[in-house]
Every structure is written in C-alpha cells, then in structure tokens.
Design a protein around this ligand. Sequence first.
Ligand code: ADP
Length: 303
Amino acid sequence: GVCVVGSFMKDLVVRVPRLPRRGETLHGTEFAEFLGGKGVNQAVAASRSGARTAMVGRLGADGYGQEFLALLAAEGIDAGRVTVAEGSGTGVGLPVVEPDGSNAIVIVPRANATLTAADIADAADRIAAARVVTVQLELAVETAIEALRIASAAGTTTILNPAPMRPTLPPDLVAYADILVPNAIEAEQLTGRTCDGDAAAEVAVALAAKFARRGCVLTLGERGSIVVDGGEPVWLPAHRVDTIDTVGAGDAFCGALAARLAAGDSLVDAARYANAAGALSTTIPGAVDGIPATAAISALLSN
Ligand code: ADP
C-alpha cells in the first residue's frame, strides 16, 4: 500500500473584484470552503487509484479536524496515525481569487507544524508496512526528513514532492528521496534553469542526478510530464481535456503515481497513469472533489 506523511488544510476561498488595499474593507462576491492540503489530497488520490492507503499527520481539536476525519473514513483511508493537537487548530488556507482566476493565498499551518520527528517514529509501523511513502513540504522539514529516513531504513520506496518549495532542499532530505516529483516552478527553483520548450528534458535529467537516488518525474501542466529513471528521459504528453480548475493537479498526479508504484508498475507506467489522473483532476473544481478514481483514469487511458 501507500503511506502519505503530510498536511491537512481547510481552504476558505473568497472571490473578489480586485485585491483589497491596506486598511480597506472590500465586499467579496463569493465564499466557499474546501478540504485540502497536499498530504490529504495525495492520500485521497492514492486511495481512489486503488491503493490501500494510510495517512500520517496532525489535525486540530476543532470542527475542521472532524471534517477531515470523516473524509478519511469515507475514503477508506487508515487514520490510525493521524493525531489531534490539543493546543492548536487545524491548518487553514485563505485564498483570495480575482476575476481572472489569479490569486493571493495566506496559509497558516497550525497543527501541521506541530507534527514532530517523534510522531513519525510512532508511525513507523504504517511507514514500514507501505511499499511507497510520499512526503511534501507543508510540514516541518525535520519531520519530512525523519519520514523519508524511516521509510528508507524499512526498504519502502520514497517519493518527495518538494512543494511548496523552500530556498534550498536540505541534503538530508535529498539523501533519502528515491523519486523527486516537482512541477516546473519547483524545478526552476531547484536548478536555476527554465523548463521552457525542450530544455525541460535536460532539467529533468539534472534533477534526477542531483536530488534523488533513483529518478525524477517532472510535471509540466498542460505539457504533460517527463520521466527519468536511469536511461533517457521519456516525455508523456498531456491528455486533452476540458480544463476548468488546475488546483490540486499535482497532488492527484503524485497520489496516483504512488498507488501504481505500490502495485508494482515501472516508473514510466506509473507516470503514464498519473498523467491521466492529473488531467482528469483539472476537469472538476476543487482539490479533493476533483480527484479521479481508477475507472475514469482507465477509461481515459484506453481512449
Ligand atoms: P501543479 O498542480 O503542482 O502545478 P502541474 O500543473 O504540473 O502541477 O500538473 C500536474 C500534472 O497534471 C501534469 O503533469 C499533467 O499530467 C496534469 N495536468 C495539469 N494541467 C493539465 C492540463 N491543463 N491538461 C492536461 N493535463 C494537465
């Protein structure tokens, strides 16, 4: 199965005619709540792709935390190593969206930031039982390192999704990452090179050499993804779909990739499947709501 060590974020989204000025009170036009956070998005994606899935993370002792526990139960995700912080609330994200879809986002990690290396040690059974572990960077970096270290010691394949990017990736994080899965922006920050045009394939090769033990899957939005697993880079073109909301595409991709790797696929085959999952996720608004299941993914792949 898959074990996701990661975040829970309740997103409270407002739509505005324009961003407010300092000191101004502005009328928004819409308000919506979504369950999100890279960790839980990836866990839902792995589970909907057929993997037995466990989540390791921390919620607040509040109503949002209850909503997440209900989601994990409904999705059949093992929440036995999800703990509840007494002193802090569930993480929140506050996106402010302008009419053209561009946004400004404030995130407050809250309980996510209190998940410690000791908590990871307590979850070692779930990490060791999984064939694949995925970790993102919405947690304390020491916590992310500990998750990859324990997984490596147990022989579990590790996927590092370096999102959101930090100015540098600590060497310890890289030392325990088997497969790096960045998007174009993260890849550019890591290498200092652009992913424009054909240059992306070279960037993927450089990332695999420098930031992972086994390989790299570079995601490129509507340009698809590039897989490097030892040999020549393999470019997987994006599926043509009716895209309406790209939020969470990378998470749908990572979770689906982990599920197929756990099922024994090669990295290229797993990425081919994840490429379809990522595309489908853009056809439905919302992050968790838009994560596709195996039936739809297989149907797109056999088209
Ligand atoms: P992120 O959501 O982290 O920015 P990307 O935008 O690279 O990540 O998207 C992840 C994957 O989702 C892509 O590699 C691709 O497979 C799929 N995807 C994203 N946007 C589109 C799109 N407009 N059309 C088809 N597939 C897409």
